[in-house]
Design a protein around this ligand. Sequence first.
Ligand code: SAM
Length: 284
Amino acid sequence: MRKWVPWWAKIVLKIGLSRLPVAYQAFARKGIFRHGHMDSPTYALHVIQKHLQQSNLAQAGSGFVALELGPGDSVGSALIAHALGASRCYLVDAGEFAIKDMQAYHEFADELRKQAVPCLDIQDCDTIDALLHACGGVYLTSGLASLQQIPDNSVDFIWSQAVLEHIRAAEFKAVMCQLKRIMRTNGVASHRVDLKDHLGGSLNNMRIASKHWEKDWMARSGFYTNRLRFSEMLNVFEQVGFQVEVAGIDRWEESPLSRSKLAGEFQCLSDDDLTISGFDVVLR
Ligand SMILES: C[S@@+](CC[C@H](N)C(=O)[O-])C[C@H]1O[C@@H](n2cnc3c(N)ncnc32)[C@H](O)[C@@H]1O
């Protein structure tokens, strides 16, 4: 949504638009309510390679089991994981947002080959179920409940890009517990977290008290972020038993919003938590 639209107007517009009886894909085509950019092969490839490198798994070998949390608009990452040697790749989202148009996946595969990625031949696949079957992909769309179906100690590599901040605050620890449970003892997870609001890249989301923000109708309107700050996420990772290695931190020079404008519950956050705008983390 345009930069010149003020944050509060974006909230009002998105609440209104999210109530229209229009399918998600129709909004996504217009760039409203998109769940990221995973439908671009260049972006999806860059993301998975970055997370493999960050995890010291650039040469992952073959036969590993991978899991992407929050793939968003495409199941194309399963094709990439297969080309990089994964025997199985779970894609776990909180809804069925992936495009189903096979023409888009044929173009996705062609583009990967142009970028020297040895992508599977999917000419004979005429549905995304056939595509997933061919490349060992498993697309699960019930968030926490989906993670609960995955066996203990069975996944070698987990990654997410701009997802952890979207997990409902009340579920965040439970999701992290599940990721710890399913990750093999010598497995690794790599996450990129965006801590800016999704209303223009500031902290305007923190002006609103949780008793309103966490209402289901607010959280389902396309701008929800859980507002957990850097230190709070790190605490949860440690509490569920991960060894935490921060791989990178982005900061604003100063908090983009003065404390007095934040909801009371956020006014006592540390300067660090109010100036860290994103981070990369590796969990073992
Ligand atoms: C901003 S999109 C990012 C999509 C993609 N990773 C990318 O970089 O383009 C956030 C994604 O996280 C997903 N998500 C939110 N809560 C989730 C949960 N509890 N479990 C799995 N995915 C979740 C959303 O449905 C959405 O697909």
